[in-house]
Design a protein around this ligand. Structure first.
Ligand code: NIG
Ligand code: FE
Length: 417
């Protein structure tokens, strides 16, 4: 499909050639919506868009695919800036344990949780991991996800972490989705290092990081900064080591407790700080004036019954905000970004436009791809989605659990229809 013209679009969302790199504060509620619009794609790029009345008509029909989008909306595909989409097994048994009263933290302290996933991953060969992950992320693309960040962190050994990151590298080559890889060796202390945290820190610093850099396996570095996991000092040390290999931080902070992780991450130039179910005024102050994207993961709040991020407080402070799925087998077993917008509207009092900005342009920024993804802008990648015939864009968060996306185009090719 070399050239595509989408015409009679009911509304073209997030469309503009002069959009900010991310939206913040009151900008978040601006959809930059063009009603009754057209969009033209050539090869893998967006080449033109505007009002139908400004469209010049077709002069050259050769190789041109025309899509009539009467009654439908067109948006940039979702960017999911925080996932753990490579894993070996689901964890329904822990879900049932939680229903019976155990907490996520209690399950983890018994050796479940991340360590459970690490054990399962160790048993699975690289090819199977790759095939299952590819099918899994392509399933998400049918719901409109066109770009995805994927973390390691279920390896927790040199071989395990390299295996996961090699799988992500293969996914990058095999999928039309834009993919970024994050090294999350500091996800939990493995069993063998329970009493020897310094030993595991050294293993990550002296053995994992150099090999990862040598093979070019990671774009970012992450750390689960939390009580019973990694301290702020350990995270800081690791981020400094990562910087030697040009790995930019994107970190897990403030999921259960406030420890000063946000301040430390901002100081070390984090691209995003993620979770933030717990957030105080000092955290907000630290984020002000920084280039760090606060990222909420409402799927995790929903599934673990922990507090939702204080989205209104962040937006009222004139900060930007991103929403990602955290897709993983323990705390958020869904990567459905449409569902995420529903949860954010219903539980975090975000408006539909705010959630759609937070899952496109702002998540593109949070995964370092806002130059090429996240909006309808001439020269950006032709990664777009067309809705079904719907009454308004608010229908996406409104009809929770439904797939309102009919067609997904990735790099100018129809991926799903
Ligand atoms: O972001 N909080 C740490 N890591 C994941 C959960 C991983 C798991 O439970 O397997 C998260 O929620
Ligand atoms: Fe996570």
């Amino acid at each position: 499909m070399a050239k595509v013209l989408i015409k009679n679009i009911k509304g073209l969302f997030q469309a503009g050639n002069e959009l900010p790199k991310y939206k913040k504060g009151s900008q978040m509620d601006d959809g930059d919506l063009i009603e009754n619009a057209f969009l033209a794609l050539e090869d893998d790029e967006i080449i033109a868009f505007g009002k139908m009345e400004d469209w010049g008509g077709i002069t050259d029909w050769r190789d041109l695919e025309v899509i009539d989008a009467e009654g439908k909306y067109v948006l940039p595909t979702f960017c999911d800036s925080h996932t753990h989409a490579v894993f070996a097994a689901t964890r329904e048994e822990e879900f049932e344990d939680r229903i019976k009263g155990l907490s996520y933290e209690e399950i983890a302290l018994k050796g479940g949780g991340i360590l459970n996933s690490a054990g399962r991953l160790q048993e699975m060969d690289e090819d199977t991991l790759f095939e299952e992950a590819l099918e899994r992320i392509h399933g998400l693309a049918e719901y409109g996800t066109g770009a995805i960040e994927i973390k390691s962190g279920y390896g927790l050994s040199v071989e395990g972490e390299l295996k996961m990151l090699r799988v992500i590298k293969r996914l990058k080559a095999a999928s039309p989705m834009a993919i970024k890889a994050t090294f999350l060796g500091a996800h939990a202390f493995p069993k063998e290092y329970k009493e020897n945290h310094e030993g595991y820190m050294k293993l990550m610093i002296d053995e994992m990081l150099p090999k990862i850099a040598e093979e070019g396996l990671a774009d970012y570095i992450d750390c689960f900064c939390e009580r019973n996991y990694f301290t702020v000092a350990q995270m800081t040390r690791l981020l400094k080591e990562g910087a030697k290999y040009n790995l930019v931080p994107k970190v897990h902070v403030n999921q259960f407790s406030i420890m000063g992780g946000i301040q430390a991450a901002v100081e070390h130039g984090a691209l995003s700080v993620d979770h933030l179910e717990e957030l105080n005024e000092d955290d907000i102050k630290a984020l002000k004036g920084s280039d760090t994207m606060p990222t909420f993961l409402p799927g995790c709040s929903f599934f673990l019954s922990i507090p939702y991020g204080k989205a209104r407080q962040v937006i009222c402070a004139d900060l930007p905000l991103a929403l990602a799925s955290d897709f993983n087998p323990g705390s958020a077993p869904s990567g459905n970004m449409q569902l995420l917008t529903s949860v954010a509207c219903a539980k975090m009092n975000m408006t539909p436009f705010e959630t759609l900005n937070a899952t496109t342009l702002n998540t593109a920024y949070a995964m370092g791809i806002s130059d090429t993804h996240g909006s309808i802008t001439v020269g950006k990648k032709a990664n777009i989605m067309i809705t079904k015939q719907i009454s308004s864009l608010a229908r996406i968060p409104y009809s929770f659990g439904e797939n309102n996306i009919e067609t997904v185009i990735l790099n100018g090719e129809i991926f799903h229809s």
